[in-house]
Design a protein around this ligand. Structure first.
Ligand code: GLN
Length: 437
């Protein structure tokens, strides 16, 4: 759909100004009931007028996007949905933002999210719960809740999120949109306020996989400012594909939807299907949260109330405090070998397990989230909340790319199907994922 709109803008049928005005008006009118956007870019329409004055060469000329409030945009409030950074205004652009602006895309505003990206529901924001536009009484998923909800509500052409353990794919699944977590290092994280540096990745949320492809093409690649970033070579397209499906425990209805789609895709394309065993899949959640607690605790030490906003422990919410206290305990020197280093070893084992699986199959398919989203406000245990992430954390631990696409509905609630690819094969993964839409 982005390609279609670009044609209209480039041919003069639609001006950038009109496109951006439509979105800003819609946000102003409808955001009240969803709470997906925290701040509108008041200069967006002016910026669109400037784009209209140029020859429209940009790959995204006049296209409007919303940014998760954890990615720095110069001049806009980037508060991570936390009181800690309540009035913090970005002083520079993250690399992804610079790349998108260089192609004449326009920032519409900053999205709501779980505080500091800690959460899977969208309920942990200091500035109010974000709602699911496709099922208003249900959580939108998280932590990129506002980004997914903005796409689902038609507030933008696309949105940016960050995914440390599923935060792009999980809300994409619950809101019935597409979300992509690129391979570790495929997209620069310069300007992203980190949750857990060995797992974080920035990626797009869109209406369809083709849009994801357009955005990914602009934001990917090596950046001097992010030492782990690199240019992956794009791979050749194979015609005979084998899909691997692991055995996992998820809600029966969800499993049936996923398998129905997998079989249809296999039949249509004459692709193979293989059951695969992933031995260490059950270690995912425990491994993930150990790494996350320790790295998050370390990252938050700069929020001590001197340089940026308030001292985090004085104003943060319950989930952020749990991770700071837990992280401080398990990262004590006497425990480092027992927890953090052990978790990094487990991470490596999971990574190797996936690498082995990709010797036998080309892609792996499973549900994005094992359960349907709960009703907003329902009390759920920390353990149950963490288990929402059981199937998404795997891609972060294994450093591989993953895309969530809509796969039907149960009781009117969207269900997402997740396609995982080999590390560095992001472009091939996007091409193959189109078959599942
Ligand atoms: N739900 C996971 C967490 O709370 C994932 C968060 C994320 O990917 N940012 O840590």
């Amino acid at each position: 759909m982005i390609r279609e709109k670009l044609k209209q803008i480039k041919s003069g049928k639609l001006t950038a100004e009109q496109n951006i005005k439509n979105f800003i008006n819609k946000i102003k009118k409808e955001n009240g009931k969803i709470n997906a956007v925290l701040h509108i870019n008041e200069k967006a329409i002016e910026q669109a007028k400037l784009v209209d004055k140029k020859t429209k060469k940009g790959k995204l000329a006049g296209i409007g996007f919303i940014v998760k409030s954890i990615i720095n945009v110069q001049g806009l409030i980037c508060n991570c949905a936390s009181r800690t950074l309540k009035n913090y205004v970005g002083t520079y652009n993250a690399t992804v933002i610079d790349k998108l602006l260089a192609e004449d895309a326009i920032v519409l505003g900053m999205a709501n999210m779980d505080e500091f990206a800690c959460g899977s529901s969208g309920e942990n924001s200091a500035f109010g719960v974000c709602k699911n536009p496709k099922a208003l009484d249900r959580i939108p998923g998280g932590s990129s809740s506002g980004s997914a909800a903005s796409v689902a509500a038609g507030f933008c052409d696309f949105a940016l999120g960050s995914d440390t353990g599923g935060s792009i794919r999980n809300p994409a699944s619950h809101c019935g949109v597409v979300g992509m977590k690129p391979s570790y290092g495929a997209v620069s994280r310069y300007g992203l306020i980190d949750l857990s540096m060995s797992l974080d990745q920035i990626g797009p949320l869109t209406d369809c996989v083709d849009d994801c492809e357009v955005v990914y093409d602009v934001i990917k690649g090596r950046d001097e400012n992010d030492s782990i970033s690199l240019d992956y070579k794009s791979d050749k397209f194979k015609s005979k594909i084998v899909i691997g499906v692991p055995k996992i425990s998820v809600d029966k209805g969800i499993w049936e939807l996923i398998m129905k789609r997998v079989k249809e895709v296999c039949e249509k394309n004459k692709w193979g299907l293989k059951d695969i065993g992933l031995k260490y899949i059950d270690l995912g959640v425990q491994t993930y949260y150990l790494v996350n607690y320790v790295e998050f605790f370390s990252g938050t030490r700069r929020f001590d109330g001197r340089m940026y906003g308030f001292k985090i422990e004085d104003v943060c919410g319950e989930e952020v405090l749990r991770r700071i206290l837990g992280g401080s305990e398990i990262s004590k020197a006497e425990f480092a070998g027992k927890y953090y280093r052990r978790a990094l070893k487990a991470k490596k084992i999971i990574e190797n397990e996936f690498a082995k699986a990709f010797n036998k199959v080309d892609i792996i398919v499973m549900p994005t989230v094992p359960r349907l989203p709960h009703k907003i406000g329902k009390e759920i245990s920390v353990e149950d909340m963490y288990n929402y992430d059981a199937l998404t954390v795997l891609a972060n631990l294994a450093e591989i790319p993953g895309v969530s696409v809509p796969c039907g509905r149960i009781e009117g609630i969207p269900v997402g199907l997740q396609v995982l690819g080999e590390k560095g094969n992001d472009e091939m993964l996007l091409k193959l994922t189109k078959e599942f839409e």
